[in-house]
Design a protein around this ligand. Structure first.
Ligand code: SAM
Length: 279
């Protein structure tokens, strides 16, 4: 009989945020595959767990997945944990899950904390539909293009972000998505937990000045509220520039901007010329 692969969620800050079942599974399995064995050992020591650990991270994922599958096929039970939160969410795990499924090894989730869900439930933005977009690309052009793709998503947008890119991301989001409600959730469940709510422009201005915004961060942005984010007051030029940056030719960009602003093409063209200072 093959063993079982358990995906075990661990705390995102507060060590008490771990379930009874997670602790039991971590005690009972034959091996714990950890993103960082030293990091996880601190958690295991805290709870008096002596199970053997092995590293499983983005640099050895492919090769280690094959080895772990062999052990599972031999009947070993294995738990996967990441440094924090739920494995396989912007963390290693996915490859191993796919390999386990292909090899008919049972895959069992042991749910618990995840930064994106913790941030979403406290943000005060709609929770009925949301889109988790992971980390935005680090390079400006790619990041802005990605934001452009997400402009019409009909749900709360959720991103993971690094502190040194927070202000830039908020500024890019303002330019590309337009003014919206947004939330920055920082250091959740930790001593310096901060949940700051506001308009994108306010948050962008705040974090441009706040150099102490360190730690771990989730950014949430309200959906494109129909008739609000896209209104005739929004600049045709901004939209046209954005669509051209996304790769559209000028004609297609103007047509799309007109449609989104609910203007005729002739009206959009006149507005564009006047916004650019023409007559
Ligand atoms: N697998 C994890 C999960 O389920 O949340 C996420 C791993 S991802 C590599 C790490 C990112 O998650 C951080 O850069 C940050 O954006 C977010 N994050 C993790 N812990 C957090 C916390 N306590 N508060 C805010 N964001 C957090």
């Amino acid at each position: 009989m093959p063993g079982t692969l358990y995906l075990v969620a661990t705390p995102i800050g507060n060590l008490a945020d771990i379930t009874h079942r997670a602790l039991q599974v971590l005690k009972d399995v034959d091996l714990i595959a950890c993103e960082d064995t030293r990091h996880t050992r601190k958690l295991l020591q805290h709870y008096g767990i002596n199970t053997k650990t092995i590293s499983y991270h983005e640099h050895n994922e492919q090769q280690r997945a094959a080895e772990l599958i062999e052990q599972l096929k031999q009947g070993k039970d294995i738990a996967v944990v990441s440094d924090a939160g739920t494995p396989s969410i912007s963390d290693p795990g996915f490859r191993l899950v796919r390999a386990a499924i292909e090899n008919e090894v049972a895959v069992v989730p042991v749910p618990g904390p995840s930064a994106l869900i913790s941030a979403l439930i406290a943000a005060g933005l709609p929770t009925d539909e949301f889109f988790f977009a992971g980390f935005l690309p680090a390079r400006s052009h790619a990041r802005r293009a990605r934001l452009g793709q997400l402009r019409s998503v009909p749900g709360t947008l959720i991103f993971y972000e690094a502190p040194h890119r927070l202000a830039t991301t908020l500024t890019d989001a303002l330019e590309i998505l337009g003014e919206r409600d947004a939330v920055v959730a920082r250091e959740l469940t930790k001593l310096h937990e901060e949940i700051r709510r506001g308009r994108l422009s306010e948050l962008a201005a705040h974090y441009a000045k706040d150099e102490n915004a360190r730690g771990e961060i989730v950014v949430l942005i309200d959906r494109n509220v129909i008739g609000e984010a896209i209104t005739a007051s929004q600049s045709v030029a901004t939209l046209v520039d954005q669509y051209e940056q996304d790769g559209m030719d000028h004609r297609a960009a103007l047509k799309k901007a007109a449609r989104e602003l609910r203007l005729s093409r002739a009206e959009a063209y006149r507005k564009l010329i006047s916004e650019r200072g023409g007559t």
